[in-house]
Structure formats: C-alpha cells, structure tokens
Design a protein around this ligand. Structure first.
Ligand code: SF4
Length: 690
C-alpha cells in the first residue's frame, strides 16, 4: 500500500494505492487537509489508467509523413531524434528546436525540461500548456502583490469564512472535495451558467450572478462601485497597505449598478445585495474572493483578475488572517509548473530570464557561463502558431501535453504541427498529438515514479512510486538524460533520480521568490506542510503578506483597469456565444479519462448545453446532433436542453477530440500580458448537423 496524491487536478487529493485481488492497483481516499478523505470519481478510478489496453511500451517512429508509426527500440528512436535535432540546429540555429511542457509535470520534470532546453538545445523556444490555464491569474497576482502563489493561505482557512465570492470557478463539478471548504453562510457565485456550484449557492441561500460571457470585468467594476457607495471600503487598509486606489476608482466610478446591469445582464438589485453581503463579512474580516478559469481565459483575463483583486483590496481582504484573495489553480502542478523554468520568460525559483542576477545565479548552479543562456522565447500559442513558419521552429519536443485537443483553434494548431520537420511526443498512450508525431516515446505515469507537486495552496507534496513502469517504458527524466548525452552534454548533468533533481532545484531556486531550498525528501516524508517559500533555515510560509506585500514598498497595488468587449462580436451569422469548461468525469484533453471505462460511459461524447428556446429557434431537439460553427471551424455536439441557460450562450466541455473538439471553435486572441487565449468567448451559430 502506497500513500500518494491524485494524478489530476491542483487539489492534489491524498489517496492510497492498494493492490486488488487481480494484482492491479486501486485508489482509495486518504486523509489530507484539502480533500479531508474525499475523492471525486476521477480520483477513484485513476489507477485504471495505469493498465489501459493501448498503453505504449515501445517507442514508435515513422520513416516519413506518409508512413505509419512502427515500433522501434529505444536506441534507434533516441539516436534518430538526436541526429535530426543536431542537423536542424546546424542548418537553422538553436531556436529551430522547440520544447512544449505541461502543468501536469512534477517540479523535477518542469525544472529539468527548462534546463534541457537552455543547455542541451540552447533554445529560447520553450513554453507549456499552463499558459492556457493559470497565466492570467499569475500576471494579476504579480501585478497586485509582487508575488504569484495562487492561494496565499491554506484552503482550510476559507472554510471559516462568513462569505466567499467565487468568480469563474465551478469546483462542485471540477474538484468536488473542495466544496467541503465552501460551507460559508454566504456563497456568491459569478458564472454565466447555473453551474453545479451556483446551484449549491442558491440552495443554501447564497447568490448567483450570471453575467453575459466576457463582461465579468464590468461586473467586478460594478461591485467595486457598489462597495464604495454602500460604505464598505476599508479606508484604513487602503490608506496604509495599498497604492493606486484613486486611479482604479476612476474606471469603476462610471459603473453604477444600473449601467453594469445593461452591460452584464446582472440585475442591479442583486449586485447591490452582493456588495452588502460581501462588505458585511469583510467588516468582520471573514470573507474571501476566489477566481478561476472563467475569469482568466479571456483576451482581457489579466485585467479581469486585477478587477477582482481590486475589489478584494478595497474590502481590505488580502494580507490578513481570516480573509483574502486567491486563484483556484487547475492543473495538478499548475502552481509548481509555473515556477521553475519551463515558461518562455523564466528561470527556476520564479526568476525572470532577462534578469542578469537571476541568469548569473542559475548559470552558477548549472556550471555554465550566464552569457550562454538564451533569452525569452515565444508564449505557448505563439509558439504553436509559429511552428514550421519562415522564422519559426522546425522541430518540437513535447512532454505531458496534448495541444491537438487542448489548444485553441485546433485545426490551425494541427496544421502547424503537421508542418514541422520533426515532432517528438513523450506520452503513455497514442494521444491525438502523439498520433501525428514522427517519434513517440513511451513514458511512465504518475504512480510509477516519485516526484513533487505544488498544490493550489502553494504546498509542496510528494508523490510516491507505487509500482514499476511496464517493461520498455522510461521516465521523462530518463528520456531527457538519454537525449542530453546524445546531444553532447556531459554525463551526469541531467540526473534521473527525482531526489537528486529536487536537491538541485532547491539550489537553483534559492533566493528566488518561489524558494524551495528547504524542501527535502525527509521533510516531505515527515508530513510537514511545506508551503513555499521554504528555506533550509526557516519554517514554511502557510500565509503570505501578513506583514507586507512583496513589492519593494510593501504595499499591494490597485490596477487601473477598464472594461472592453470580447475579441470577437456576435452578429447575424454568429449570433450566440460559446463558452467552454470542464466536466466532473474528465480531465483536460481527456487522453487519460476517456480511457477509463466508467468515466467514458458516463460522459461518452461532447454535448452542447443550450436553452430550450434557443434550441427550438435553431430547429434542434433534446438528444439531436447539432453543428456548432464559429469563424474558425465547427463541432458536432449532442444537444442537451438546459432551461437555466442564458438565451444567448451555449456551453461545450473541451475534453473531446476530432469532430467533437470544442477547441475547433475557440478564439486564439491573446491577453496582452499573460498571452492566455480567449477560450471563454467565441461567436457561434447553432444548426442541425447535416
Ligand atoms: S481530480 Fe482533483 S478533486 Fe478529483 S480526486 Fe483528483 S485531485 Fe481530487
């Protein structure tokens, strides 16, 4: 029996993996502060993914684009990859090789991937799929607080609050055990849909505000307006612990509730009521504002996050016990994955790659000249969109990600992947991206290797190995090490033992804002709650900012943000808004969960959630196949009539592939700061599937 953590989301529920009568592992819940002994159905069935029938155990390779993938041995595959990478780099320079990582990789893998890109390949072209998930919250947090740790407090603190405002998050569906922490007498949910979480709020006397998609920035400004007019601003906090309130207020001043109602559709009376509920709880220092992907996945996501942070600052919530602002991180290692160097602009410890002191420190740990480290590269979608173009990369190495399904505007991304000279994917099954690769490397899964993850609270956890990988399968760390040697790196520069990597990561991150220098296997195994920063000589930091925020003056900063419309408008050809999200039974691109029979049977196909009147106007009935078309492509989806849906909005889950991929529709318009795509608003039309 092995105690470990779930392979999926950032709640990182604890679980025990036990062999069943047939010898296969089964997952059982284990006590831990985030899940308190609960698991969702994904967690319960997670061990089944270890033994899926189409598990890859031999590398695959194709001779050319017109040939099929065939099994080869590891030396053949790795020799070929290294040879091609060296040849392409010699022809077109080091930036012709790119790397794509994941918020699902352990800290050790994220760190090694960044180091591999900068040292073994010498490329600046590395980014990861977390850019699609949490980057707007990260940018908003940095802007306001000078530091980005999604939740700067333990999740259990939220359970004590009188009021919790959840903006753009649906934990009742996406991370159900979290609902145990959302028992506040007043739960206020901001979501265009009557989500499962919104229903819980309504059932318990809370509030659901349903703005038109793409208008939640206006709603946050309207709430700030109401909070000030109704007398709930914490004047002393604003005066002593923040800067920039008046500049932010200049934008909020015009958003009186009736105007906000016109733009968002949220009744002014309900908005005023929400301000009173939140204000009264804040007065008792007992309120939280939490945001999720619904807030972030917009071309103005960073500003929208800032608007919610502004509201929390005006109420005096952050930097105190009993109240605060936090982002609900999504991917399993969405937090740690954005800290240690797989981002285009970053070195370990949440350091900037364009900071000379950071370059010097990390180069010292790596034993190289800082001048040899490349500079910043392209962000995730920009990188994918540049593949095979005149000045873009000609090769990509991809770990733990399936952008053929998860990136916006799937058809465009697939055509860019197809234009590469070399696409190499490390995965455990033939995902949709692996299937179009030139080389596929079969790698171990979460329970077959150890490593650390950083959960949504910024707590570093240890995943424990519960089983050996199948014969023929290697770990990602082994693959990177094997390739590095073939690319001319000294033997031993890329260790394969996760604990050795963790120790090096600790040295590389020491002194950075995400300092892991005190994270050791011994402390992790003892059960110590290691909230970063964790220095060798100090206690962990469960609650940040209690004395000061991380800006040089110690104050949090209001951001002067203005509402603007979504990147594309509806019109007579595309009269509806499509928004996308997650289901309880599936995770991200579905490469894992669609292979679990119980989950696949429960949600076997994509659906489009639509109001009955909207469906009737389109000539659609319950259970029919609809064609949903945007300016980029179309998706075939089963009609699910939902009387609580907005008349102007349809919803599709994004876990399905091919003709059923919601990302056939989505708009890759990017946030100017975080470079996050606008997954949440696409103009579409609805019609019967021909
Ligand atoms: S998917 Fe998330 S909520 Fe569900 S069991 Fe795993 S960690 Fe917990």
């Amino acid at each position: 029996m092995t105690t470990t953590h779930c392979p999926y989301c950032a709640l990182q529920c604890a679980m025990r993996l036990e062999p069943g009568p047939d010898g296969r592992l089964a997952a059982r819940p284990a006590p831990f502060p985030t899940n308190r002994g609960g698991l969702c159905r994904k967690g319960w069935t997670s061990a089944e993914v270890l033994t899926v029938p189409d598990r890859l155990t031999r590398p695959l390779m194709r001779k050319d684009r017109d040939s099929d993938l065939v099994e080869v041995d590891w030396d053949t595959a790795l020799d070929h990859v290294a040879e091609r990478l060296l040849a392409l780099a010699a022809e077109s320079g080091p930036d012709t090789v790119s790397v794509f990582g994941s918020g699902g990789l352990t800290n050790e893998k994220s760190y090694t991937l960044g180091k591999f890109a900068r040292l073994a390949l010498g490329t600046s072209q590395i980014d990861y799929n977390g850019r699609f998930c949490m980057s707007s919250a990260a940018a908003g947090g940095m802007r306001a607080f000078g530091l980005d740790r999604g939740m700067p407090f333990p999740l259990a603190d939220v359970g004590e609050a009188e009021a919790v405002l959840l903006a753009g998050a649906n934990p009742a569906e996406t991370m159900p055990p979290m609902m145990g922490h959302l028992s506040a007498p007043a739960l206020l949910v901001i979501d265009p849909r009557r989500s499962a979480t919104a229903q819980v709020a309504l059932d318990n006397g809370g509030l659901h505000l349903a703005p038109r998609p793409g208008t939640d920035l206006a709603l946050a400004l309207g709430l700030l307006h109401a909070v000030r007019v109704q007398g709930w601003v914490d004047e002393e906090f604003v005066a002593t612990r923040t800067t920039g309130f008046e500049a932010a207020w200049e934008h909020a001043a015009a958003w009186w509730p009736e105007r906000t109602e016109q733009v968002t559709g949220v009744p002014a009376t309900r908005l005023r009521a929400a301000a009173d509920v939140l204000g009264a709880a804040a007065r008792n220092r007992s309120a939280y504002v939490l945001t999720g992907r619904g807030t972030e996945q917009h071309a103005k996501g960073t500003d929208t996050v800032s608007a919610w942070i502004n509201l929390s600052l005006a109420l005096g919530l952050p930097g105190r016990t009993g109240s605060g602002y936090g982002c609900i991180t999504g991917q399993g290692n969405g937090q740690g994955g954005r800290e240690h160097g797989q981002k285009a602009d970053q070195l370990p410890g949440y350091r900037r790659i364009d900071d000379p002191a950071a370059r010097s420190h990390v180069a010292g740990v790596w034993g190289v000249d800082p001048d040899t480290l490349p500079g910043p590269g392209r962000s995730a979608f920009e990188l994918l969109d540049a593949l095979g173009s005149a000045d873009g990369p000609r090769a990509m190495l991809l770990f733990g990600s399936n952008p053929a399904v998860s990136a916006p505007d799937s058809a465009r991304v697939l055509s860019r992947l197809a234009s590469l000279d070399l696409l190499v994917t490390a995965d455990f099954v033939l995902s949709e991206t692996a299937a179009v690769s030139d080389v596929v490397l079969p790698v171990a899964q979460w329970a077959e290797e150890s490593g650390t993850m950083t959960n949504l609270e910024g707590r570093v956890l240890r995943r424990n190995r519960a089983a050996a990988p199948p014969e023929g399968v290697r770990t990602d760390l082994q693959v990177l090490s094997d390739l590095a040697v073939r690319l001319g790196q000294p033997a031993g520069r890329f260790p394969t033992d996760p604990d050795t990597v963790l120790a090096e990561l600790g040295r590389a991150s020491a002194g950075g804002s995400a300092d892991y220098s005190g994270v050791t296997p011994e402390r992790l195994d003892s059960g110590e709650a290691l909230y970063w920063p964790v220095r060798a000589d100090s206690a962990p930091t469960p609650r940040l900012f209690l004395d000061a925020f991380a800006h040089p003056d110690g104050r949090a900063r209001f951001a002067a943000v203005a509402h603007r419309p979504p990147a594309e408008a509806t019109d007579s050809d595309y009269p509806l808004i499509a928004t996308t999200g997650r289901l309880m039974g599936h995770y991200q691109s579905g490469a894992q969960t669609r292979r679990v029979p119980e989950l696949g049977l429960a949600e076997p196909e994509v659906y489009v959630e639509v109001h009955p009147d909207t469906a009737a106007r389109a000539g659609l009935t319950a259970g029919a196949w609809a064609r949903v078309t945007s300016r980029r492509g179309h998706t075939r989806a089963r009609v699910r009539l939902t009387p609580t849906a907005r008349l102007d909005t349809v919803f599709l889950p994004f876990h399905f592939a091919g003709a059923q991929a919601a990302n056939n529709l989505t708009n890759p318009a990017l946030d100017p700061t975080s470079r996050m795509p606008e997954f949440k608003v696409s103009a579409v039309r609805l019609e019967p599937e021909p």
